[in-house]
Design a binder for this molecule. Structure first.
Ligand code: ADP
Length: 393
């Protein structure tokens, strides 16, 4: 196994609670042992260039941030670029045929889906946990008990049925592995409901003859509620290298709330159970000014007032553990490439016993803004990301 640069005990010294007090930058290295990019002053041939040519596959905040950088110019179509903020489709089609000079940077690792596709993420976490158990014992492996019990369908259907029978009455959630924004998701309590799904599915015309892969996962039935509503946390982590692992945690993030009060008696209502903005903004009482979000610091203050400083610090340290262990689970699988960096959006749910659950890791977290406050936060996030990428040298 390649050297992982952060362990859970390292993280105890680099938790969000300590990080929140730092002021120099909003990105904090969560994997110790590296110099900050800001201190890196080496002069290169690159400095002699007069402009930075960028390509961008999105029309939202990232376009604004790139467009406002002095000396940066956008290239379209086949033009040569120095930085490419690309989408996953571009990466799949073009990465393997692109020649990249040393200074060139691109916003994904080639096989990022090992972490950002729901089924691959769970497969890698399960394998990592087994390795930990074998090499370091049960106690260490238990530190990865932060993802709900999950099976891939159709391949693990028999295993799932065994587990389902052991936990009668529980609620499960079905999620297509490669979709996002809550599309194709549903909750169920009876096996018959997925029989119907198998027969009629939620497939598109092209997929009619294939079985679309899903994960089926234990639904967290006891979410922490605020004003009776469920929320999850969006946390940003940037990785600039997998070997050695070099990961940065962003100071700001937010909690995304559902619109309707939580209840387990209405499992078909997405406004109750799914916290995706794409879902919630179609709710009749959605407020576009507020955007159903709380900044992370506001949530932190609320939790501190309610549960005390020490408890909340422990909670945020546990969050660091989740963030880094996920990266460690794919450290030997991701193709490490000095041209690549990645801005991940983690979705994490808090339950009413103050346990954190990893829901998923997004490769292209939404950069579209749902309110002015959201725009300002994302603008700052992206500017700070470009500082770390440091195209100017
Ligand atoms: P998508 O990629 O479509 O956004 P997610 O896995 O993020 O799919 O799930 C969408 C939403 O559904 C999450 O933001 C969360 O609110 C809810 N959700 C997903 N999995 C669970 C779970 N196991 N328990 C409780 N809520 C969940």
């Amino acid at each position: 196994m390649a050297t992982a640069t952060a362990t859970a005990s390292d993280l105890a010294t680099a938790s969000t609670s300590d990080l929140a007090t730092a002021t120099a930058s909003s990105w904090f290295l969560v994997t110790p042992g590296h110099k900050c990019a800001k201190g890196y002053q080496k002069k290169t041939k690159w400095e002699e260039r007069t402009c930075i040519r960028y390509k961008c596959g999105f029309l939202n905040t990232i376009q604004d941030v790139l467009g406002k950088r002095p000396g940066w110019i956008e290239v379209k179509d086949e033009g040569e670029w120095d930085l490419n903020w690309c989408d996953a489709a571009w990466l799949r089609q073009n990465f393997d045929h692109s020649y990249m000079e040393d200074h060139v940077r691109i916003s994904h690792f080639r096989n990022h889906s090992e972490l950002t596709r729901k089924n691959f993420m769970v497969k890698n976490l399960k394998r990592y946990q087994k390795t930990l158990e074998r090499e370091e014992g049960r106690e260490e492996a238990a530190k990865c008990d932060f993802f709900p019990r999950t099976f891939e369908l159709p391949s693990e259907y028999p295993l799932f049925v065994e587990e389902f029978k052991r936990s009668t009455g529980s609620t499960w959630i079905m999620k297509p592995v490669a979709r996002s924004q809550g599309k194709g998701i549903f909750l169920f309590r009876k096996l018959k409901d997925i029989m119907d799904w198998k027969k009629y599915g939620t497939r598109t015309e092209e997929q009619k003859n294939e079985v679309e892969s899903y994960v089926v996962q234990r639904y967290i039935e006891n979410p922490y509620l605020l004003a009776g509503k469920k929320f999850d946390l969006r946390v940003y982590v940037m990785v600039t290298s997998y070997i050695p692992l070099k990961a940065w945690l962003y100071r700001d993030g937010f909690a995304r709330f559902s619109s309707t009060r939580f209840s387990l008696s209405s499992i078909d209502d997405p406004y109750v159970h799914l916290t995706n903005v794409a879902v919630q903004k179609t709710a009749p009482d959605y407020d576009p000014e507020k955007g159903n979000k709380w900044p992370m610091q506001q949530l932190r203050r609320y939790l501190t007032a309610k549960h005390g400083r020490e408890t909340v610090e422990t909670l945020f340290k546990e969050m660091d553990n989740i963030l880094v262990r996920c990266l460690q689970s794919v450290q030997n699988v991701i193709i490490n490439d000095k041209h690549c960096f990645e801005l991940y959006g983690y979705d994490i749910l808090l339950d009413d016993s103050l346990k954190l659950w990893l829901i998923e890791v997004n490769a292209s977290p939404s950069l579209a803004a749902s309110s002015q406050q959201d725009y300002d936060m994302k603008f700052g996030l992206l500017e700070d990301t470009l500082h770390i990428v440091d195209m100017e040298g």
